[in-house]
Design a protein around this ligand. Sequence first.
Ligand code: C2G
Length: 131
Amino acid sequence: MKRVITYGTFDMLHYGHINLLRRAKELGDYLVVAVSTDEFNKNSKNKYCYFSYEERKKMVEAIRYVDLVIPEENWDQKREDIKKYQIDTFVMGDDWKGKFDFLEDICKVVYLPRTPDISTTKIKSDLNSED
Ligand code: C2G
């Protein structure tokens, strides 16, 4: 059983997120997704989410590629998560390329090309410009 993990905010879920999760799942048999909590977003990522952690968790859990959703509460839990969930492959979009290479001593680190022309920020700005 090959186990994969990825991390994200997944606010205003869109097809870029789905593409990432689909490809992450293709790298193994079991996909763990760590969704950032509201506190982590506010205190460390300086991100305001439209949907709460509980709402974002529910949506990610509903995705067919996802087997388990866990909370991402800080930047430093990845190594512990990889050991706890016996992860073989750590996956992120390539906007994070190189940022997690330090995990290569305990698992495979894969950066996947981002889906172009879609982001939560773009959705918000496009909606604002319609007003
Ligand atoms: N993503 C993508 N294509 C897009 C938008 C996002 O492939 N058009 C990917 C990102 O690269 C990331 C995942 O989808 O791997 C989730 O994106 P975000 O919710 O924006 O995640 P982020 O806020 O970058 O949080 O510790 C890591 C952080 O939690 C990542």
